[in-house]
Design a protein around this ligand. Structure first.
Ligand code: 5GP
Length: 170
């Protein structure tokens, strides 16, 4: 199935110069969503996954579906101040300024086999911060997978020590 035709490009969103990849047409298409889910799940082959970690907010969409498919738990990584219980915080650099991601301290147990998922790998700063949180809690990152990788932004170079996979590369 050609899933690229379900990815809509929005020029200059959210700011001038950014060509935003909008995955909502894909989500609205049941067969395309089912196809992507099957392909993403197949990327981990027969490896055991205890937790799928999804990054706010679009990483929650396929992240929860993947967790069910892989019979794993789902763990959200959120922007600062959103999670209600005790959290671990990881600051990371944006193009201009800083942001932070948080995870619940008790969401991952030492030795858990973890799959990190997000919709898009762009510069890689977000995914790297999420990986740091997972590892600080003692999780073992089996793979980082993405629907889309914007290869020209070289995000995979920030995730060199991990198995990085994507369904679509631009
Ligand atoms: P990075 O930290 O790799 O530069 O940015 C990745 C994060 O930004 C992901 O959480 C992703 O959801 C979001 N993102 C960046 N560019 C796009 C885009 O073109 N489309 C979508 N849907 N998300 C994007």
């Amino acid at each position: 199935m050609d899933i690229e035709k379900y990815i809509r490009e929005i020029p200059d969103f959210p700011k001038t110069g950014v060509n935003f990849k909008d995955i909502t047409p894909l989500l609205a298409h049941a067969e395309a969503t089912a196809f992507c889910l099957e392909q993403l799940a197949a990327l981990t082959e027969s490896q055991q996954i205890d937790k799928v970690v999804g990054i706010e907010s679009r990483g929650f969409l396929f992240g929860t579906l993947l967790a069910k498919e892989l019979k794993a738990g789902f763990v959200p990584v959120r922007k600062g101040g959103k999670l209600p219980h005790h959290t671990l915080k990881q600051p990371y650099a944006l193009e201009y300024g800083m942001d932070a991601l948080e995870i619940h301290e008790d969401a991952i147990k030492k030795g858990d086999k973890v799959l990190l998922h997000d919709d898009i790998l762009a510069t890689g700063g977000t995914a790297r911060a999420a990986c740091q949180l997972i590892e600080k809690l003692g999780g073992e990152i089996v793979q980082c997978n993405f629907l889309i990788e914007l290869e020209f932004l070289k995000g995979a170079s920030k995730l060199k020590s991990y198995d990085v996979r994507s369904l679509l590369c631009y």
